[in-house]
Design a protein around this ligand. Structure first.
Ligand code: CDP
Length: 807
């Protein structure tokens, strides 16, 4: 070896493979304003569509008069439900097995529901046209409170379902009932409660919120009449599914539909489903023969396309007097709004909420979820969440704190006592999941040691004494949260969307010079897939990550995939990438053996190529193998070096984490200060630690927003009172706390590279940490549970109700 020969470490480092803090390649364009988003697209002759929306939450639509609107200069067409009926598109199927009005058909069911679609030469003309459409409404009684939706005399919301006693998920008990979903052993659980020394029962609400990505939902549809082809550029997290849905409902041949997701500015679950805007723009391009753009504004996004959460969870835990949990019973009232448009895998009406036993070894549990209709926007999307996992984690993590309070035990100690132990994995939970791997005690203890948990509790005790003596008006809370996530939907045995199994895919094609392209069925909405997918390939086949171009989001070129949401990209597509790379490596080994004139079995892998066992100087690099693949392959072998993998995971992956929030609250003003926030995540094998940290920072910021103020709130008449960023809490760098991040590594035993997802974890674990901190602070004043969100006003009100102000 001469001085110029790179060392093994240098060769490895030059690949920038797994474990490397590789800089995000996509940022070169994003930071220079050179991204290419839907609204950047300007096609010749392009028209613009915009919606007339309902001011009422529930009303009969008596008439729609479009005469004056059509006289507005630039307005070319006004589409109503009557127009859509001529092409059988007045209603569309939802991902949850329900149907949804595309445009108001006889009545409206939530404020800002789409009533008519005005198509004009520009956005301003379309807006002018909207103001000239005259709609006559007859207001009807409104149901906003989910607890009143199933009253005997509650107004009938879905007249289209009259007489239907069965829905997509079984029997319906009431005219506003959608489904009941039960899991677990009821009798055994009831028995555990009868025998318990201690029980708790609390109604824990997770309020309605919204993913609010910075780029709203939008599309451009362009129909080529000559070819009979429809091209849709859109903000889609799952472009292939959109193509299939369009083929099914518009009855167009699937090969004639081209769906392209260009750069997407955040998804967080908001961009998984299909919205009326897409259907109307597609119909409008077919009718007018011109491309049609639809771009939602902020108010429309917050009030009409998707909400998240709105789960009201009556939570009961049974335990022994020394703090061993013996049973969990949860009933959820799930408010789905006007249509059941939840974006869950088909067979899971409440998503994966049955992960609600969390990280604890519950011998038995029972869960019942009732889905109901109200006069609110549809959605129920997985906002930075793997299908209702955030709700589940919040439910159990608040429940454990409430139990600790009742037992007079420290919340961390109670958790340590009840964790699933390392040797119990793979662990079968009482509600039916098989957790793949975990080491909860190590993670929890690392968190406690790092933050000096014992010291913090002493500080809190001292602060409480000072408060009692009247020396301070601040109370201090420690919010512990330990979550288990379930990500990577999912195995075809139990996960599908509209009957399509939730696999994912990758196609890798290597070029003669040792470079290549990887096309993947996922679609990054900011997670840095172009960076990390190349890192997996770099480590697997020894081609530098810089030499691999990653392409996603074009249904014509990418293999069929189910898209990006619920932290499924790495668990499913990441596995497909590794498997495709391994197929390439297997062929490369045959080529190397032929060229080196040895038997394949005599070769061993060495970072970026093969070498002959025992003869380290006899090597062939992957770069050289790429050339040979196009020039001199073994006789009988096809030339070229490419492979495709469709990966159907055998199980989900179960990331976990230990978080703690240290907070003080001024009881006179309700103003809180986040003193410290520490987040330890275990997502198995880590591909890019820098991107993971970014994911955790972003997710924690969303968790902070949700727990401390973000809410979609309605007044009793069904008006949305938080419909803009003036009222809907969207934290900026000014409000956002400082995050401390940490990790442990417990690989997934079934994933080809041992990786688990991470994108959702900080939202899942963060919200309970914040809420537990607030509740821990107030607990010493005698409170058990204060509902989120914990903004200044509500904190002040909580303090007031606990009698901390002198009369
Ligand atoms: O589905 P989504 O991309 O939102 O979530 P994910 O699978 O959790 O991945 C988010 C980003 O974090 C991707 O760029 C992953 O490659 C990266 N990641 C990682 O580097 N290592 C992990 N163990 C998990 C995720």
């Amino acid at each position: 070896m001469n001085d110029m020969t790179p060392t093994r470490e240098q060769r490895e480092a030059s690949l920038e493979g797994m474990g490397c803090k590789r800089k995000r390649v996509e940022d070169a364009r994003f930071t220079q304003g050179k991204g290419n988003y839907v609204d950047d697209l300007k096609l010749p002759g392009m028209l613009h569509g915009d919606f007339v929306r309902s001011p009422h939450a529930h009303a009969r639509v008596k008439s729609i008069n479009t005469e004056e609107a059509l006289k507005v200069p630039g307005v070319l067409a006004v589409i109503t439900a009557e127009t859509l009926k001529t092409v059988n598109l007045a209603w569309m199927p939802t991902l949850a097995g329900d149907v949804q009005m595309v445009l108001a058909d006889g009545k409206v069911l939530f404020q800002n529901q789409e009533v008519a679609f005005v198509v004009a030469t520009d956005r301003y003309a379309a807006d002018d046209g909207i103001n000239k459409v005259v709609v006559e409404y007859e207001p009807l009684p409104v149901v906003i409170d989910p607890f009143k939706a199933m009253d005997k005399d509650a107004p009938v919301l879905r007249e289209d379902l009259a007489g239907k006693t069965t829905g997509a998920h079984g029997p319906r008990k009431h005219h506003n009932h959608i489904f009941e979903w039960t899991v677990g052993d009821k009798d055994l659980t009831d028995a555990a409660f009868r025998k318990a020394d201690v029980t708790i029962k609390e109604m824990i609400s997770y309020h309605r919120t919204h993913p609010s990505p910075l780029e709203t939902c939008q599309c451009v549809c362009s129909f080529d009449k000559i070819r009979g082809e429809l091209t849709i550029w859109g903000t889609f997290q799952a472009p292939h599914v959109i193509r299939t849905v369009v083929a099914l409902i518009a009855k167009l041949p699937e090969q004639k539909i081209h769906v392209i997701s260009p750069d997407v500015g955040g998804g967080f679950g908001n961009k998984v489903g299909a919205y009326p805007g897409y259907i109307c723009a597609a119909v409008a391009t077919i009718v007018t023969g011109k491309p049609v753009k639809w771009v939602e504004d902020r108010i429309e996004n917050l009030t009409a396309t998707s909400f998240a959460r709105d789960y009201h969870m009556t939570t009961e835990i049974a335990a022994t007097k020394d703090g061993k949990v013996t049973g969990l019973r949860v009933h959820v009232l799930a408010d789905h709004g006007a249509f059941d448009a939840c974006a869950d895998p088909s067979k899971w009406p409440a998503g994966f909420f049955n992960i609600v036993t969390g990280s604890y070894d519950f011998p038995t549990a029972h869960l019942a979820v009732d889905g109901i209709y109200t006069n609110k926007a549809p959605g129920g999307v997985a906002y930075r969440c793997s299908f209702r996992v955030t709700e589940a984690a919040y439910c159990i993590e608040r429940g454990m704190d409430i139990l600790a309070q009742k037992l007079g035990m420290d919340p961390a100690e109670l958790r340590l006592k009840n964790f699933v132990r390392k040797e119990q994995f793979p662990y079968h939970s009482a509600l039916g999941w098989e957790y793949d791997s975990g080491d909860y005690h190590t993670a929890m203890k690392k968190m406690m040691d790092t933050v000096d948990y014992a010291g913090l509790r002493k500080q809190q005790a001292a602060q409480r004494e000072a408060f009692k003596r009247g020396e301070t008006r601040e109370i201090m809370g420690l919010g512990v949260s330990f979550f288990t996530e379930i990500v990577g939907a999912g195995p075809s045995k139990n996960c599908d969307i509209l009957g399509i199994a939730m696999f994912d895919s990758c196609e890798i094609r290597l070029h003669p010079t040792g470079a290549g392209i990887a096309r993947v069925g996922t679609k990054s909405t900011g997670q840095g897939h172009e960076t990390t997918w190349a890192q997996i390939i770099a480590t697997e086949i020894g081609i530098p990550a810089d030499n691999i171009m990653v392409e996603e989001g074009n249904t014509d070129t990418a293999p069929y995939g189910l898209g990006t949401y619920g932290s499924r990209s790495l668990p499913v597509a990441g596995a497909a990438i590794a498997m495709a790379a391994r197929k390439i490596k297997a062929k490369a080994q045959m080529i190397a053996a032929y060229k080196l004139e040895v038997h394949e079995g005599d070769l061993e892998w060495d970072i970026d190529g093969f070498r002959v066992k025992g003869l380290p100087e006899k090597t062939m690099s992957m770069k050289d193998i790429c050339w040979a693949a196009y020039n001199s392959v073994p006789p009988g072998m096809e030339p070229g070096l490419e492979a495709v993998s469709y990966y159907d995971p055998p199980n989900m992956t179960y990331p976990f984490g230990a978080y703690i929030c240290v907070m003080t609250i001024d009881v006179d003003t309700g103003v809180y200060k986040i003193k410290r926030f520490y987040a330890l995540d275990d997502c198995g094998t880590r591909i890019n630690p820098m991107i993971i940290e970014g994911q955790v920072h972003g997710g924690l910021t969303e968790a902070f927003a949700i727990a401390m103020g973000q809410e979609i709130r309605y007044d009793p008449e069904g008006n949305v009172v938080t419909g803009s960023f003036m009222d809907f809490f969207m934290p900026t760098a000014v409000e956002t706390p400082h995050w401390e991040t940490d990790f442990t590594v417990t690989p997934s035993p079934h994933h080809p590279i041992g990786a688990k997802g991470v994108g959702e974890s900080p939202n899942v674990g963060g919200v309970p940490a914040f809420s537990n901190a607030v509740n821990d602070a107030f607990s010493f004043l005698g409170s058990t549970h204060i509902q989120m969100p914990h903004d200044y006003w509500r904190n002040w009100k909580a303090a007031k109700s606990l009698g901390v102000f002198a009369a």
